[in-house]
Design a binder for this molecule. Structure first.
Ligand code: NAD
Length: 368
């Protein structure tokens, strides 16, 4: 039986609570679809500092390197020990270090708003159609955030000049385009590539390379949109999008704009993908939200973002699309049955029932 090794790093705050539910749900798919998941739990964040004195203990990193994917909770507790400098605090010392260590170049942020949760979305109902279902694919290691030169120069007379450089090479664009086209093949087969080809050299090259890569995916319909129009269309008619492919900075902005349509941080999973080896892609899977210290330890957190992150892991790292789809369908079933954690509950909704983290996880596991 095929076995996949997973480093389960729950972290701080609500991390352990939502991780427990995700593992429970993944265990159900394991039995049903006939594969084995080998979880190794390891401390990270403040849990790492408590266990071994640093946010990313060597043993935890070793567990990650020995795994096929990392399922991550979240790290950081803003009120803990202000004497610890920011470079040693979990957000930098654990999260950024892990992202760098594994060469994660593709960020996938799906946003799905089922019709029954229309009340949780800031858009008017008539703009939500039959529900919103968008995947933002963002390039994560290139563009303006990393291009050189990057500096602030002194011009004298009290003036300065700040320089950031936007730079992309053909292979960098092609590799993220392949990720986006493959993801579109598993969805509704529509890809909107976002650029600023009317103003930026980078945009012209981006559009050329994406078009060329697209020839290898004749089953996916490709169109192009300028980023300013993309930002506007997300508000006006989000139902027109299936997959949106963006360079780093545009993706940073548009993925957060799209996230706002999803109703709650507790509903939003994410995947960061690295290199593909044969049929397996190393990936880092985590909820879009943080440790939610305000509700931690109270059985109030919505576990859906963590559970859906597990589904993304099955799909994108292990090629188990049917099992991933079963988890997503089970989430939809639990929501349709009226289960609501506090973040997605509205007293005005008839037939909805407020439940805790455990009850939501249990309902999803039972629906698979
Ligand atoms: P947050 O995402 O933790 O919380 C923002 C709001 O969203 C809170 O009201 C919280 O209760 C709510 N929320 C988040 N996830 C939820 C869930 N699953 N169910 C229900 N409600 C949920 O953001 P913050 O308060 O700005 O940050 C808290 C800590 O988390 C900080 O230390 C921050 O650095 C860290 N953080 C970590 C990550 C990560 O590990 N990837 C990401 C973001 C923030």
């Amino acid at each position: 039986m095929k076995t996949f090794k997973i480093a389960a790093l729950a972290g701080d705050g609500i991390g352990p609570e939502v991780m427990r539910e995700a593992i429970q749900v993944l265990r159900v798919t394991e039995k049903k679809f006939g594969f084995r998941l080998e979880f190794t739990e390891a401390p990270v964040g403040w849990a790492g500092i408590d266990a071994a004195g640093i946010a990313l203990p060597d043993e935890t990193l070793a567990v990650c390197k020995n795994s096929d994917a990392i399922l991550f909770g979240s790290v950081g507790l803003p009120d803990r020990d202000p004497t610890i400098p920011k470079e040693e605090r979990p957000e930098r010392a654990a999260l950024l270090r892990l992202r760098k260590e594994f060469g994660l170049f593709a960020n996938l942020r799906p946003v799905k708003l089922p019709k029954v949760l229309a009340h949780a979305c800031p858009l008017a109902r008539e703009r939500q159609g039959d529900g919103i279902d968008i995947l933002v694919v963002r390039e994560l290691t290139g563009g303006m955030y990393f291009g050189q030169p990057k500096k602030t120069e002194d011009l004298g007379g009290g003036n300065q000049r700040a320089i950031d450089t936007m730079v992309y090479t053909t292979p960098e664009i092609a590799r993220i385009a392949h990720v986006a086209f493959r993801a579109a093949q598993l969805r509704r087969k529509k890809l909107t590539s976002i650029d600023k080809a009317n103003v930026l050299e980078n945009g012209i090259l981006w559009r050329e390379v994406v078009t060329r890569v697209g020839k290898q995916y004749p089953d996916v319909a490709l169109d192009h949109m300028f980023v300013d129009n993309g930002a506007m269309q997300l508000m006006l008619k989000p139902t027109q999008f299936d997959v949106m492919l963006c360079e780093n900075m545009f993706g940073d902005i548009l993925s957060d704009e799209a996230a706002a349509l999803g109703g709650s941080l507790g509903m939003l999973p994410s995947a960061s993908l690295g290199a593909t080896n044969g049929k397996q892609t190393f990936g880092f899977y985590e909820p879009a939200g943080g440790t939610a210290p305000d509700i931690a330890g109270k059985n109030l957190a919505n576990p859906i973002a963590q559970i859906l992150s597990g589904a993304l892991m099955l799909r994108h790292s292990f090629g188990l699309n049917d099992a991933a789809a079963a988890i997503e369908a089970a989430v939809a079933t639990a929501i349709a049955a009226g289960h609501r954690t506090g973040d997605i509950f509205s007293p005005a909704e008839t037939g909805a029932r407020k439940v805790g983290t455990r009850e939501m996880g249990g309902a999803i596991a039972a629906a698979i």
